[in-house]
Design a protein around this ligand. Structure first.
Ligand SMILES: *[C@@H]1O[C@H](CO)[C@@H](O)[C@H](O)[C@H]1NC(C)=O
Ligand SMILES: *[C@@H]1O[C@H](CO)[C@@H](O)[C@H](O)[C@H]1NC(C)=O
Ligand SMILES: *[C@@H]1O[C@H](CO)[C@@H](O)[C@H](O)[C@H]1NC(C)=O
Ligand SMILES: *[C@@H]1O[C@H](CO)[C@@H](O)[C@H](O)[C@H]1NC(C)=O
Ligand SMILES: *[C@@H]1O[C@H](CO)[C@@H](O)[C@H](O)[C@H]1NC(C)=O
Ligand SMILES: *[C@@H]1O[C@H](CO)[C@@H](O)[C@H](O)[C@H]1NC(C)=O
Length: 436
């Protein structure tokens, strides 16, 4: 499975910590993992980054010594975990069956490591309950686990909201709450975590706007896809550091603000699939010079492909399909040196410039079906094309200012190109997160 070697790598790092390694080594490992750029979590990349720096098969450090009253930090963890167990209502795989007694380092799913500030004592550094199918919620007492560096709760049935006490987890580096039943507004408590680098909230029921501060945090990866977030991306994004931003399958509406350019120095993957985006693609998308993957499919985008996209020299995957875009498919884009897959089907493009007419000759996988390309097979009917071309879009007259429902939305052609119920079949669209 392509997704998620980053996470499993981190877990691997955790469970293979030799006895005497201190937590700073854990952080070292995590940084390596981060440096590996989330490995093949990157949507279309298939290679795995496996930096197995610590190969020992040492499992959790011996915790016989690490227990109880002599170690107040483990005692606080004990109180937290017992409180958590009390609000777990279903645990079909008996993950928490051995969560009894003070030896928390022996609890299933728990990982202890020497404390960074006091290597002589053990602390609870990680929790991995991935694929536990556990139902329950997160209690306030979670704040007692202030030594945690990793929380992985993928594919459970945790519900409710995140406790405010999570602000106490000042060492937390990775927070993966994906594929659960969390609800409520964007959990702003995560914004107060000073060392958080990896935030995965996808496949939950969070709703309302994304917090603008989310894009000011120094995060490496932001996954918020498949929730119920609404409202446009904030007009002022400002200085994000993320290399991966996946917001697919939410209902943002409005248009993509030119301020997306603030991601330019870091962003490599931008996935905006099925987010009810309207208006024109801003020129600024072409200034995201590190982009390798750009997918804006299944939206209501109108207007032309900005010529600036010809500047995306690292771009490998470009998907514009299922919008209402018009105009020509520019030669500059088809000439991009790293372009491997260019999908622009289900739009209203009327001309392919230069080499775009023969992408096969460049070895580029492409899909140009259902456009208005006179010489090509599988195009829209003349009637459909005429109807759209009679209502040209002026992107300059109504630039996106980031306001809700603004931009050129009003100019969207009458013929909706977005299918009603078919979910997009993108790796990040519908594939349930996998952590194997
Ligand atoms: C979990 O424990 C219960 C009660 O001890 C047992 O009936 C069940 O088979 C266990 N389930 C698994 C998956 O081990
Ligand atoms: C936060 O952590 C400290 C220990 O680091 C602990 O004493 C305190 O009770 C925790 N606060 C909350 C709200 O859990
Ligand atoms: C899409 O966004 C627009 C605002 O741009 C909004 O009016 C519309 O209701 C949204 N569509 C859906 C299906 O929610
Ligand atoms: C090209 O991209 C499209 C859209 O993302 C995808 O459906 C298709 O499988 C890709 N083709 C190849 C060969 O990667
Ligand atoms: C595309 O280019 C290839 C090789 O460069 C050539 O064989 C083929 O006939 C061209 N196809 C069209 C439709 O021009
Ligand atoms: C489409 O427009 C062209 C040029 O304006 C016209 O010649 C043609 O008859 C139209 N076709 C239909 C089906 O409306």
């Amino acid at each position: 499975m392509a997704s998620y070697s980053f996470t499993s790598l981190a877990i691997h790092a955790l469970i293979s910590i030799p006895l005497l390694l201190n937590l700073s080594c854990l952080f070292h490992n995590l940084n390596l993992a981060a440096a590996a750029k989330h490995g093949s979590s990157k949507v279309y990349a298939s290679h795995h980054h496996h930096h197995h720096h610590h190969r020992g098969n040492h499992y959790h450090p011996d915790s016989a010594a690490a227990s109880d009253d002599s170690n107040p930090r483990l005692h606080r963890a004990f109180l937290a975990l017992q409180a958590w167990k009390r609000v777990i209502y279903s645990d079909p795989y008996n993950f928490t069956a051995n969560w009894v007694g003070p030896s928390v380092c022996n609890y299933k799913g728990l990982f202890c490591a020497p404390a960074p500030d006091d290597p002589k004592i053990q602390v609870v550094a990680g929790i991995d309950l991935n694929k536990g199918d556990i139902a329950g919620f997160l209690p306030e007492e979670l704040g007692l686990l202030s030594d945690l560096a990793l929380i992985h709760l993928n594919s459970n049935r945790f519900c409710g909201i995140l406790p405010q006490s999570m602000a106490n987890l000042t060492l937390l580096y990775e927070l993966d709450l994906s594929n659960n039943r969390f609800v409520g507004p964007f959990p702003t408590v995560v914004l107060s975590l000073p060392t958080l680098k990896y935030l995965d909230l996808r496949y939950n029921d969070f709703e309302g706007p994304l917090s603008p501060q989310l894009f000011q945090k120094k995060l490496d990866a932001i996954f918020v896809n498949n929730n119920r977030f609404t409202n446009v991306l904030p007009a002022t994004l400002g200085g994000s550091s993320a290399s991966v931003l996946v917001v697919a399958n939410n209902n943002f509406g409005g248009c993509l603000p030119p301020s997306i350019v603030s991601f330019a120095d870091t962003l490599e993957e931008l996935l905006l699939i099925n987010t009810n985006l309207s208006g024109c693609l801003p020129q600024e998308v072409g200034f995201l010079y590190k982009l390798r993957v750009l997918d804006v499919s299944y939206n209501k985008l109108v207007g032309p492909i900005p010529y600036s996209l010809a500047g995306l020299s690292h771009l490998e995957q470009l998907n514009l399909a299922h919008n209402s875009m018009t105009g020509i498919v520019p030669d500059g884009v088809c000439c991009l040196p790293n372009l491997a897959n260019f999908t622009f089907s289900y739009n209203y493009f009327c001309e392919e410039e230069g080499i775009c007419q023969n992408l096969t000759s460049k070895g580029i996988t492409f899909d140009d079906r259902q456009n208005c390309l006179p010489e090509k097979p599988h195009q829209r009917s003349q009637k459909e094309c005429n109807a759209t071309l009679e209502h040209p879009v002026d992107c300059f007259e109504h630039p996106c200012d980031g306001s809700f429902g603004g931009g050129a939305a009003a100019f969207a052609p009458a013929i909706a190109a977005v299918p009603a119920a078919t979910p997009p079949s993108s790796p990040f669209g519908t594939a349930a997160p996998s952590y194997t």
